[in-house]
Design a binder for this molecule. Structure first.
Ligand SMILES: *Cc1c(COP(=O)(O)O)cnc(C)c1O
Length: 431
């Protein structure tokens, strides 16, 4: 039995959602995505875009074009395809630069995220006996933890000494911005590389990229960011904020499909001169001279210098379809809508019974992106199963963490209102 109280809230939020959606300039984009269905044939509402984004309608056409060209042209497709494969990755350069606030020369789409973390650390983690630490956030995504530990080991350092971890204060769920900066000011002389996420994959906490970069550079550290949860989620200005590098995956907020290609940013200041240590491959070689097949590596004067192999065109095609949507919508409009939806979700969470959920993500809009992380003591798996049965896809991190992302490209305020209705109903039944 739902109480009148819950019904009143449902009606109030439904009216607010309807009004928002009626004037939402981005509302049309939702139709550009394919959705899984519930067993009884209704489209699901997808709040797990931070994990794997939905499939854009256009992906099929873009991929089909490559398949058709391959079928009809064979090897000639490298030059004669409608979009020649030789330069296909360049089609992603401008949209990617716009997405993350970079110069076109500073970005490239290649490989996958953890591979790129390693390739960037080859260039930007250059420890000395006095300065060999890597500063990361506590609770970093496991792959990042394995990557930094193995890099330290590769250089002959004990990860237990080389990896410095930022933890929240006792009793707090997220880091204080001031604590991060103080740690850098205090220990910076021993830190070779600062490598933070932005946002944190688990808590959704956003870090102040510009301030951290400034603090790191003041201490002589190199600074990189893992934007797995930032790209396509936050309004980024990588060039102006000035980190030395950044890496991200394109299959979460950016809908490039499972295992989709990653993105890399290398700041302009590292592009001039060919003396940067890196692992090299023929696709990083100066493209004008690549097919002279000479024995000596001459790097491209762009982030493309870090490319190793000729890229998988089918995967690039899928990403092109998604990036076209991001370009059409624009990150300023998307982040504005995201902020509203996230606040709307937050207000729904606050209507749940006291103690039912704790929101771990910082409440200040500038300290979070689109995802809210909640702790649901004792009932997380049950809640997620219940929501799923009602066509609402959220993300469970056992034992008690639930992550919810109302991503702006394909989420309507009415989707968030529907989630609120079901959450309140869950606690009516299970409270
Ligand atoms: C999703 C995610 C990864 C995943 O790495 P892949 O190499 O793409 O499998 C790594 N790091 C972070 C921070 C992530 O959020």
């Amino acid at each position: 039995m739902e109480t009148p109280h819950a019904n009143l809230l449902d009606a109030k939020f439904a009216a607010e959602a309807e009004a928002f959606d009626a004037t939402d300039p981005l509302a049309g984009f939702a139709k550009q995505f394919l959705r899984p269905s519930t067993p009884d044939g209704r489209s699901i509402r997808h709040f797990a875009g931070h994990s794997l984004g939905l499939q854009p309608l256009q992906v099929r056409d873009y991929v089909q074009e490559v398949l058709d060209d391959w079928a009809s042209l064979g090897v000639e497709g490298h030059f004669a395809a409608r979009r020649p494969w030789l330069s296909y990755h360049e089609l992603l350069t401008e949209p990617t630069a716009r997405l993350v606030g970079a110069l076109p020369a500073e970005v490239v789409v290649m490989n996958t995220l953890t591979v790129n973390v390693h390739l960037m650390m080859v260039s930007f983690y250059r420890p000395t006996p006095k300065r060999f630490r890597i500063l990361i956030e506590g609770g970093a995504f496991p792959s990042d933890q394995y990557a930094v530990a193995s890099q330290a080991q590769f250089h002959g350092f004990d990860p237990a000494l080389a990896i410095q971890v930022l933890w929240p204060r006792p009793g707090e769920a997220t880091l204080r911005d001031a604590d991060i900066l103080e740690t850098i000011a205090r220990d910076g002389a021993e830190i070779a590389l600062i490598l933070l996420g932005n946002c944190n994959y688990l808590t959704g906490q956003r870090f102040d990229m510009a301030a951290i970069t400034r603090a790191g550079h003041t201490q002589g550290c190199l600074v990189g960011f893992d934007l797995a949860h930032g790209a396509g989620n936050l309004l980024l200005n990588l060039h102006d904020d000035g980190p030395d590098f950044a890496v991200w995956c394109n299959y979460k907020y950016l809908n490039a499909g499972p295992g989709g290609l990653g993105g890399v940013f290398v700041h302009e200041r590292h592009l001039a001169g060919g003396d940067m240590p890196r692992f090299c491959g023929w696709w990083g070689h100066d493209k004008a001279a690549r097919f002279q097949m000479g024995p000596h590596f001459q790097p491209m004067p762009t982030a493309e210098a870090w490319q190793l192999s000729n890229p998988p065109i089918l995967a690039l095609a899928a990403l092109r379809a998604s990036m076209a949507l991001f370009d059409a919508a624009g990150m300023p409009a998307l982040t504005q809508k995201a902020a509203w939806l996230t606040d709307f979700l937050h207000r729904q969470l606050l209507t749940l019974p006291a103690g039912a959920v704790t929101v771990l993500t910082p409440p200040e809009p500038h300290r979070r992106g689109t995802m809210l992380t909640v702790r649901v003591p004792g009932k997380a798996a049950e809640l997620v199963g219940y929501l799923q049965r009602h066509g609402l896809e959220v993300d469970l991190r056992r034992p008690d963490i639930v992550r919810i992302a109302p991503v702006p490209l394909y989420t309507a305020a009415q989707d968030v209102a529907a989630l609120g209705v079901r959450m309140r109903a869950f606690w009516e039944d299970h409270g």
